[in-house]
Design a protein around this ligand. Structure first.
Ligand code: AMP
Length: 432
């Protein structure tokens, strides 16, 4: 029988690497809290039509990357339904915003999420079929200021702060505006017209996109196509005055806050619902998949999925890529396997129960304790303890009766007799 493996494009995350994942998530949660965001958790699967309407039928995600299945009805009262593993989380957050009538609070909703997303992409370094995103959305009725360019600038400033606090160096903020949905429609037509006579000289993807979704031609990475793409019309020349003004206000606020950015005219992104500000933070160390995160404004999304007018802006960070970047930077150098404070070695199986009781005592006051086993010979206990803990505590019949335990500190090699009542305090002291 062949051995079973994790499905292509998925992977197991194991200790000690998971410590880095937890660290990144903890830093993100702390930063979001300072900006007064609250956490939202939406289901992993949703009605397929949410993504068809909220992400866009013509996008690569919806047209070829979703994990979709027909969920059979279990009772006559139920209907079978097409369900999809979420390929991204913005549509789900906006659905929840509509479903729970969060707009009626009249307040801006500032929501963040951390969790897995699923896309049937071609796996490679930094690109998986199950991957993890940390994202946030600011959404609300226009009266709450949800359309303000200050919201865009604040999100970008928060992201710069988060990356800095994680210790990620050398990131670049790429910024663009795709205008209003009317600007985008005009730009789409201008691109379509410009591409019509030349698309046949381009790659197969571009030929298809020139017809179905001309904006996506700008994402093409095929070297031969680049000179052609460079000469295509630029959206900046087609923006309406309100979008121009919005973009100028965003960049003025970024300048004032000292957040550096570069304008990237080709940044139109893969999702249909973006309007005005779009952005990506890239990192040179990531290779071909160089986007650490992406996001933008989506003023029409709520209405596209049947909700009230609720302009918003958000982003999704590729958590897998943050981990890759930090590992490459060797910032996690101190990731020698985490050490417990103590290893308790019962001398003989008769001491096992007492050892559990001692471990419980120490763990309850916050110490990290590894519990050995009385069936081990003392030499084996020492070897196991040396690999996993700073100290070994021997627990035999004598120690139990006298209440005096023998502790050996591996870093100093010293052996000390410690009364049980003082043990927790002794172990809590880092070795001198
Ligand atoms: P998107 O939802 O496409 O805007 O992507 C936002 C971010 O998620 C990207 O910048 C990547 O960092 C990350 N990302 C997207 N797709 C994948 C994937 N298949 N594997 C790993 N990370 C991904």
């Amino acid at each position: 029988m062949s051995t079973l493996k994790a499905v292509r494009g998925t992977r197991d995350l194991l200790p000690p690497e998971t410590a880095l994942w937890n660290h990144i998530e903890a830093v993100a949660r702390a930063v979001f809290a300072r900006y007064n965001f609250g956490e939202i958790r939406t289901p992993i699967f949703e009605d397929t039509s949410l993504f068809a309407r909220g992400v866009g039928e013509e996008t690569d995600i919806v047209s070829k990357e979703m994990y979709t299945w027909e969920d059979r009805a279990r009772a006559q009262s139920e209907k079978s339904q097409s369900l999809t593993l979420r390929p991204e989380n913005t549509a789900g957050v906006v659905r929840a915003y509509i479903e729970h009538k969060l707009g009626e609070t009249g307040q801006l909703q500032k929501l963040y999420y951390i969790g897995p997303q699923f896309r049937r992409e071609r796996p490679q370094k930094g690109r998986y079929r199950q991957f993890f995103q940390i994202g946030a959305e600011v959404i609300g009725p226009p009266s709450a200021g949800s359309e303000s360019p200050l919201r865009d600038a604040e999100i970008l400033e928060m992201l710069a702060t988060l990356l800095d606090e994680l210790g990620i160096t050398g990131w670049t903020l790429q910024l663009n505006s795709v205008g209003s949905s009317a600007d985008r429609a005009r730009y789409n037509e201008a691109l379509r017209a410009a591409l019509e006579p030349i698309a046949h000289t381009m790659c197969a993807d571009c030929q298809r996109r020139a017809v179905t979704n001309p904006l996506r031609v700008l994402d093409c990475k095929v070297p031969e196509d680049q000179p052609i793409i460079e000469k295509l019309p630029r959206i900046v020349d087609l923006l309406d005055p309100a979008s121009v003004e919005h973009f100028a206000a965003v960049t003025a606020a970024l300048d004032a806050a000292g957040v550096p950015y570069t304008r990237n005219h080709r940044l139109v992104r893969g999702l249909d619902y973006y309007t005005r500000t779009t952005f990506e933070f890239t990192h040179g160390g990531l290779g071909a998949q160089n986007a650490l995160l992406g996001g933008g404004r989506y003023d029409g999304l709520s209405e596209a999925i049947g909700g009230p007018k609720a302009p918003g802006i958000g982003f999704a960070i590729g958590l897998d890529r943050l981990v890759l970047t930090l590992q490459a930077q060797e910032l996690n150098q101190e990731s020698a396997p985490p050490q417990a404070d103590a290893y308790i070695a019962p001398l003989g199986e008769a001491m096992n129960a007492a050892a559990l009781s001692l471990a419980r005592e120490l763990r309850r006051v916050g110490l990290a304790v590894e519990l050995g086993d009385g069936s081990f010979r003392l030499k084996k206990s020492f070897e196991a303890a040396d690999k996993t803990a700073r100290c070994i505590v021997i627990l035999g019949e004598d120690e139990l009766q006298s209440g005096i335990l023998t502790v050996k500190d591996f870093s100093t090699g010293t052996q000390t007799k410690v009364p049980r009542a003082d043990l927790a305090a002794f172990l809590a002291e880092p070795s001198k």
